[in-house]
Design a binder for this molecule. Structure first.
Ligand SMILES: Cc1cc2nc3c(=O)[nH]c(=O)nc-3n(C[C@H](O)[C@H](O)[C@H](O)COP(=O)(O)OP(=O)(O)OC[C@H]3O[C@@H](n4cnc5c(N)ncnc54)[C@H](O)[C@@H]3O)c2cc1C
Length: 256
């Protein structure tokens, strides 16, 4: 019999990838609200939402909208919240140099219709009690969900990157939450330095899960800073490029 002491197994975050049946739903705009001057919250309704499922805070659906030449285009949006019983799905749209999805949101009126596909899958993260969440306007819906669904024992540091004070959002959470806001002008959306400077002042233990989503070059620079500058372990890091400056429809779901 092996009597040697069994080392306690290292703890890692578990990321369960759950596949969902891919469904397309025809939905109707019920309500439109500017939650900040540059963030439009749209509530969609449809009976087909009765079996909508989104298990991960950073899931995405595909919004199917008309492109400039009338062809249909698809863009990724985070289900900010949903309610199967009442058949409601809420999406938040960051307003910027308008591509077809932003244009659709800007033009939407109660009664407008749209097709939403997915989510195709969910990445459910467990085994984490310490979080650092970093993201620009496009990541705030996922950051909001992550914060709101955290447990009372969780400790979260969130860094939101927006143009100015008016774009800051409030999130309620049972977790111990510290929120920092980095302000940068729209002309500097691909400058990672203000975010890295903010991160420099934030303590990071090896068992802190760092979640990053922003413009692709920014997310890449932050990942490099974390892995090389801070030696943060890769299993405790998830970085995504939610969009790429100057390129339409160009997300990088996982920055390598
Ligand atoms: C998993 C995932 C979840 C996402 N969730 C959300 C969400 O909930 N809310 C949200 O607003 N966005 C979200 N995004 C980002 C969104 O999909 C992109 O911003 C998308 O490009 C917007 O489509 P569009 O048709 O408006 O612009 P596109 O046609 O794709 O691009 C047109 C031009 O706009 C530029 N552009 C795109 N996004 C931005 C931006 N944020 N700021 C400045 N310029 C930009 C492009 O570089 C391009 O030059 C998410 C992306 C991913 C990958």
């Amino acid at each position: 019999m092996d009597t040697s002491a069994t080392p306690s197994s290292p703890t890692y975050p578990v990321i369960d990838r759950v596949r969902h049946e891919l469904k397309r739903r025809e939905l109707t705009v019920e309500a439109i609200q500017y939650i900040t001057p540059q963030m439009i919250r749209i509530t969609l309704r449809g009976e087909s939402l009765s079996d909508f499922v989104s298990l991960g805070a950073d899931d995405h659906v595909k919004l199917v909208v008309p492109g400039a030449n009338g062809e249909m285009e698809m863009r990724d949006y985070t289900p900010r919240s949903y309610d199967n019983e009442s058949g409601r799905l809420v999406l938040d749209f960051a307003v910027h140099e308008a591509g077809p999805a932003t244009k659709w949101a800007l033009d939407a009126k109660p009664g407008s219709t749209v097709t939403v596909a997915g989510p195709r899958g969910s990445a459910v993260i467990t085994g984490v009690s310490k979080w650092v969440l970093v993201g620009d306007e496009t990541a705030l819906p996922a950051i909001g969900r992550l914060i709101e669904q955290a447990g009372a024992g969780d400790v979260i540091t969130a860094i939101g990157v927006v143009t100015d004070r008016n774009e800051e959002q409030q999130f309620a959470s049972p977790a111990r939450l510290e929120t920092h806001w980095v302000h940068r002008p729209a002309s500097a959306v691909s400058d990672p330095m203000p975010i890295i400077e903010k991160l420099d002042g934030i303590a990071l233990t090896a068992d802190t899960f760092v979640w990053v989503a922003a413009e692709a070059s920014v997310a890449r620079a932050i990942k490099t800073y974390l892995t090389t500058g801070r030696k943060h372990p890769l299993p405790w890091l998830k970085a995504a490029g939610y969009w790429t400056r100057g390129l339409a429809d160009s997300s990088i779901k996982t920055i390598d």
